[in-house]
Design a protein around this ligand. Sequence first.
Ligand SMILES: Nc1ncnc2c1ncn2[C@@H]1O[C@H](COP(=O)(O)OP(=O)(O)O)[C@@H](O)[C@H]1O
Ligand SMILES: [Mg+2]
Length: 219
Amino acid sequence: MIQLQGISKVYQTGKVSFEALKGVDVTIHEGESVAITGPSGSGKSTLMHIIGLLDKPTQGTYHLDDKDVSQLKANQLAKIRNEKIGFVFQSFHLLSGARAWENVALPLIYGGVKGASRKERAIDSLKEVGLGPWALHKSNELSGGQMQRVAVARALVSKPRLLLADEPTGNLDSKTSAEILKLLDDQRADGTTLIIVTHDHEVADQCGRTIHLLDGRVV
Ligand SMILES: Nc1ncnc2c1ncn2[C@@H]1O[C@H](COP(=O)(O)OP(=O)(O)O)[C@@H](O)[C@H]1O
Ligand SMILES: [Mg+2]
């Protein structure tokens, strides 16, 4: 499903350039669950952003479902992202003034789904993560664990085949973390490809395979 060859990423800050990824080769098959681990600053989020088409590599090629997506334009990337990929982030990235269901419905707006069926699908997705009764609450009225459930519901609402989670349990206590991981693992059991960036060895152990990064290289 995912084939990265010779991927490098150089960040340019003024006159200073920094090579965050240095020739990374990664292959991930459909239905796999993969952990990306490594120390802070080793390039995990950079790699995740490239896999998720949120950023482009400086060099190298990326084939997603056998299509070369390395150099597509922003609108083409957005379309593929919307069709195929769901994201969960450490800091939830919810709109705090919006209701839970409105947050979940956002990807459907970009996907062109009509109003009434957006609400219905958002609420169905919230039910899937056990938050049906909270659909009308504003996200700033929810606990951290509930916010992350909303974020998972939002990631799942478009039924993506690829789910990317960047330190999804980094801000949660251990019990809540286990619940969120269970939700992600349920998706994997249904055939969704799952990639989790994590510091936590217990989380990595639950994945089928670990890709370890050090200074922008796979080791
Ligand atoms: N937008 C950016 N501009 C400049 N440097 C960046 C940017 N994003 C990340 N970096 C640098 O690239 C390196 C890898 O960052 P990142 O991929 O976020 O690492 P990790 O997620 O493993 O902590 C770090 O040294 C970081 O400071
Ligand atoms: Mg990171």
